[in-house]
Design a protein around this ligand. Structure first.
Ligand code: ADP
Ligand code: TRP
Length: 332
C-alpha cells in the first residue's frame, strides 16, 4: 500500500528555536518512517523580508543542518530547498488566479505584518498563503505537520484546492493539519510577549544553537512573579509556558514536584528556573553539536539538498502536468 503524503516547510529567516523544534520538527521526525515525507526550507517565503543575498545560502544550509541534527533522516525523507523546485512557482501562479483579494487581506498573519513593517507591504506578503498552498498541493499532500499559528493558512490551502477541483475537476486532496500528540504545542517567548519566534526578541528565545551558558542566562531572566497566594490558582500564561518547557525537557517527576509546589503556594521560581535551565541545556547540546558538525561539511549538505530536490521535482512535475491539462494548457 502506498504511504500517505506529508509536506511541511520552515522559513530560512534565522536560527531555529524550541518553538520550531516542538511545534514542527519533532512531528516531522515521528512521521518519517510511516509517511512519504517532503520537508523543505522555505527560502522563497523568506524573500518577503528581503534577506541579504550574501546570507541566504548560509541560512538555508543552517536550517537544513538543524533539521537533520534534530533527527530528520534525509535517507527517509525528501529534504530540499523550496527554490530548487521551480514547479512551486508555476503552481503558485495558477493558484493566485483562484485566490481573492478580500480573503487574503483578512488573514491575521498578513495584518500583523502590515502593522510590523508598514514600509514593506509587498504583494508577496499578501499572497504568502497562496505560495504555502502551492508547496503543499504540489505533492498532493494529505497531512501537514505545523504549529497552531499555521492553521489558518492550511484552511486556505483547502479552500484553494476545493476551488480548483470545482472549476477544473477533482485533482487535489484537501490537506489537514497533523500532530502526533493532537494537542498543538505553542511555545511562548520567555518575556511573556507573544510566541517564541526566529526574528523577535533573541534574549527571550532559546535557539537550538545556544550554548549552555546562554541557555542558563535566558532561562534565569524568564518572566515570573512573586508566586501564587491562593492554593490551586490559575497559572499566568508565562508560568504555564515554563511548565510546558519543563514537561518537554525534564523528567515527569521533576515537573510534578514543581507543580505541586505551585499548587501549595510554596514554589520558588528561582529553583525551578535553575532546574529547567540544566535540563534544557542537556537537551539542546547534542542537537547544537551535531548541527555545527554538519555545517562544516558543506559538500554533504549540498548532496542531501540536491537529492531531496530531485525527488521533489519528480513528484512536482507530475502534478503540474496534470494541473495544466485540466486547465486546458494542453496545446501540442
Ligand atoms: P518562525 O515563526 O519562528 O519564523 P516559521 O514561521 O518558519 O518560524 O515556522 C516553522 C514551523 O515552526 C511552523 O510549523 C510553525 O508552526 C512552527 N512554530 C514556529 N514558532 C513556534 C512556536 N513558538 N511554538 C510552536 N510552533 C512554532
Ligand atoms: N508558512 C509556514 C510558517 O511560517 C512555512 C511554510 C511554508 C509551510 N510553506 C509551507 C509549512 C508548507 C507547511 C507547509 O511556518
Amino acid at each position: 500500500m502506498s504511504k500517505e503524503i506529508v509536506v511541511s516547510g520552515i522559513r530560512s529567516t534565522g536560527y531555529l528555536h524550541l518553538g520550531n523544534y516542538f511545534g514542527a520538527i519533532q512531528n516531522y521526525v515521528l512521521m518519517q518512517d510511516n509517511y512519504d515525507c517532503f520537508f523543505f526550507v522555505a527560502d522563497y517565503h523568506s524573500l518577503t523580508t528581503h534577506p541579504k543575498p550574501t546570507e541566504l545560502k548560509q541560512n538555508v544550509f543552517r536550517v537544513a543542518a538543524e533539521n537533520i541534527a534534530s533527527g530528520l533522516d534525509p535517507e527517509k525523507v525528501a529534504l530540499y530547498a523550496q527554490s530548487d523546485v521551480p514547479e512551486t512557482a508555476e503552481l503558485y501562479l495558477i493558484l493566485n488566479m483562484l485566490a481573492y483579494m478580500g480573503e487574503l487581506e483578512k488573514v491575521p498573519t498578513f495584518k500583523d505584518k502590515v502593522r510590523q513593517q508598514p514600509d514593506n507591504v509587498n504583494a508577496g506578503l499578501l499572497t504568502y498563503p497562496v505560495l504555502m498552498a502551492a508547496d503543499i498541493l504540489l505533492h498532493k499532500a494529505v497531512k501537514v505537520p505545523v504549529g497552531k499559528d499555521q492553521e489558518q493558512h492550511l484552511e486556505m490551502a483547502r479552500n484553494f484546492a476545493s476551488r480548483f477541483n470545482a472549476r477544473y475537476g477533482d485533482f487535489f486532496p484537501e490537506p489537514q493539519v497533523f500532530r502526533f500528540n493532537h494537542e498543538a504545542v505553542k511555545i511562548m517567548s520567555l518575556d511573556g510577549e507573544g510566541k517564541m519566534s526566529k526574528s523577535e526578541n533573541i534574549n527571550a528565545t532559546i535557539y537550538l544553537s545556544d550554548e549552555d551558558d546562554v541557555i542558563r542566562k535566558k532561562i534565569m531572566k524568564a518572566k515570573t512573579d512573586s508566586g501564587p497566594t491562593e492554593p490551586n490558582s490559575v497559572m499566568p500564561e508565562y508560568i504555564q509556558n515554563l511548565f510546558l518547557l519543563m514537561s518537554l525537557c525534564s523528567k515527569p517527576e521533576t515537573v510534578e514536584s514543581f507543580r505541586s509546589n505551585f499548587n501549595n503556594c510554596n514554589i520558588r521560581y528561582g529553583d525551578m528556573k535553575k532546574q529547567l535551565a540544566e535540563d534544557m541545556a542537556t537537551f539542546v547540546a547534542p542537537i547544537r553539536e551535531h548541527a555545527a558538525e554538519l555545517q562544516k561539511d558543506e559538500e554533504k549538505l549540498r548532496k542531501i539538498l540536491k537529492a531531496g530536490a530531485e525527488k521533489a521535482r519528480e513528484s512536482a512535475s507530475k502534478t503540474i502536468e496534470g494541473a495544466r491539462k485540466l486547465i486546458g494548457i494542453n496545446y501540442y
